[in-house]
Design a binder for this molecule. Structure first.
Ligand code: ZN
Ligand code: ZN
Length: 77
C-alpha cells in the first residue's frame, strides 16, 4: 500500500447524490457533475459550500478544502 497523502484522498462518495460510489451506478450523476458543482464532498460526504460564478464553481469542504472547476465553457472560443 502506498503512503496516503492527506491532500490526495481517493473519492469514496458520489459528489452529486452522496451515496457510496460502489453502492450503485452513478453514471447519471457523473453526467450531472459535468454541468453543475458537487453537493457532497466525495471523501467525507459532508455537504459542500458551493459558490457559483458565471463561468466557474467552487465547492468547499470544511475538512478537505476547495475543489473548483470551470464549467459551462464547452468547446467555444
Ligand atoms: Zn450518485
Ligand atoms: Zn470532505
Amino acid at each position: 500500500m502506498p503512503a496516503a497523502s492527506s491532500s490526495d484522498v481517493p473519492a469514496a462518495y458520489c459528489g452529486h447524490c452522496g451515496d457510496p460510489l460502489d453502492a450503485r451506478d452513478h453514471a447519471g450523476c457523473d453526467r450531472r457533475l459535468q454541468l453543475e458543482p458537487p453537493r457532497y464532498c466525495p471523501v467525507c460526504r459532508r455537504r459542500m459550500v458551493v459558490q457559483v460564478t458565471p463561468d466557474a464553481w467552487t465547492a468547499r469542504c470544511v475538512e478537505h478544502g476547495e475543489r473548483s472547476a470551470s464549467t459551462w465553457s464547452g468547446t467555444g472560443s
